[in-house]
Design a protein around this ligand. Structure first.
Ligand code: SOE
Length: 382
């Protein structure tokens, strides 16, 4: 692999530019190409984002100098695009969810394993340093045995009936929305930090807005575009705005999560509280530079993100001293640092430190069982 790794980004809605910004902070990476649905749109977006080359997806795959592709398109495109990238012998980083069907994800895991190419899924929220700190503290025994897990992931960008996005359309997003889109991050972090496996789920969904007003012209995720009444069409909605899920784990402990995209004032708030036999951990992604450590027999602690205070495994994800806050954009930079170290070697390591296609498949399986449990209103085994 030459010194500089050349990357392409496919899709420039909300998260594509976040990938671009993160990659531009790494010393050995150059984002040389951008893909969009048409050459015209690709040219326009490449100019705005300062990327030298613009292609449609198929044309980009023909460029031999491109080493790795970031797939940042709507969910329904992930499978075909990730498969085509691997078959073009390029490494791939795919946005979550990896695919919209389990069998698609299984095929991607198989192809990725056969090619040995680097493959990753952008579960970037694992890369808040305090999340890696919790995992390491659990591994070193500071948490003790896991008693219970309570989690939530709350947003309000779909709060109004007029808030609209491709994620509301099952043919683009899949059968689940809030669980697949953000619940997947929380469930991934739950198993990642605790080291436990979820064995059974009991889910209950609610669709607060049974119909939504679909804009008759495109608006981006998180945008706050204001339109007139004549700009909308009323459409039925059948995916979940809100979900509560009871969890059972392989050590016999229990837990629960709540996921909502209609929780006013909660902008993008993942919260997890893990009760153990020695301590209790609580992490809130809207205050990501702090870790609360609860104690029964002495004062509770508030650990600030500081490379001199964290375990080395977490300090490896910290670029600035204590008090110099790091946040959401930094998580992608830290994740890509680890993924691109593997790309520099040229193959997927035996035990990757980053979330892989196998992680993506795991979340799809859990997500599908959660959808099944809600439909059956019954416990479902994973
Ligand atoms: C929208 O819910 C979204 O952009 C998710 O798709 C991301 O995965 C999450 O990190 C932030 O919110």
């Amino acid at each position: 692999m030459s010194q500089t790794i050349k990357a392409a980004i496919v899709g420039t809605g909300f998260i594509g530019p976040a990938h671009l910004e993160a990659l531009r902070r790494l010393p050995n990476v150059e984002v040389v190409a951008l893909c969009e649905v048409t050459q015209e749109l690709a040219n326009e977006k490449a100019k705005v984002l300062g990327i030298p080359r613009a292609y449609t997806f198929d044309e980009m795959l023909k460029q031999d100098d491109i080493d790795v592709v970031h797939i940042c398109t709507p969910n329904f495109l992930h499978f075909a695009q990730a498969k085509a990238v691997l078959e073009s012998e390029k490494h791939v980083i795919c946005e979550k969810p990896l695919a919209v069907k389990i069998h698609e994800a299984e095929e991607l895991v198989k192809i990725a394993s056969a090619t040995g190419l680097v493959n990753a899924v952008h579960f970037n929220l694992r890369y808040y340093p305090m999340v890696r700190q919790m995992k390491t503290m659990r591994e070193k025994g500071d948490l003790g045995e896991v008693y219970s897990v309570m989690g939530s992931y709350l947003q309000d960008w779909l709060f109004f009936q007029t808030d609209y996005n491709w994620r509301l359309e099952p043919d683009k997003s899949g059968d689940s929305r809030a669980i697949a889109d953000i619940g997947s991050h929380l469930l991934d972090i739950t198993e990642y930090v605790t080291g436990l496996k979820i064995t059974e789920v009991m889910a209950d969904f609610s669709t607060v807005h049974k119909t939504r007003l679909k804009p008759l012209k495109a608006i981006e995720t998180y945008s706050d575009t204001k339109l007139q009444a004549s700009d909308y069409a009323e459409v039925p909605i059948n995916t979940e705005d809100h979900a509560t899920v009871l969890l059972r784990f392989d050590n016999g402990s229990k837990g629960s999560i709540t996921v909502s995209q209609v929780s006013a004032g909660r902008k993008n708030r993942l919260n997890i509280e893990i009760a153990g036999s020695k301590s209790n951990f609580e992490f809130n992604s809207e205050r990501p530079n702090e870790l609360w450590i609860g104690k029964r027999d002495k004062a509770n602690e508030q650990l600030m993100k500081d490379p001199s205070l964290a375990y080395p495994e977490a300090s490896a994800l910290i670029s600035f001293p204590g008090g110099h806050n790091e946040g959401f954009p930094d998580t992608s930079k830290q994740m890509f640092k680890e993924v691109y170290a593997a790309i520099a070697v040229g193959k997927q390591p035996e035990n990757p430190s980053y979330p892989t296609f196998a992680s993506g498949l795991r979340e799809l399986i859990i997500g599908e069982r959660i959808v099944e449990s809600d439909k059956k209103q019954a416990w479902v085994k994973i």
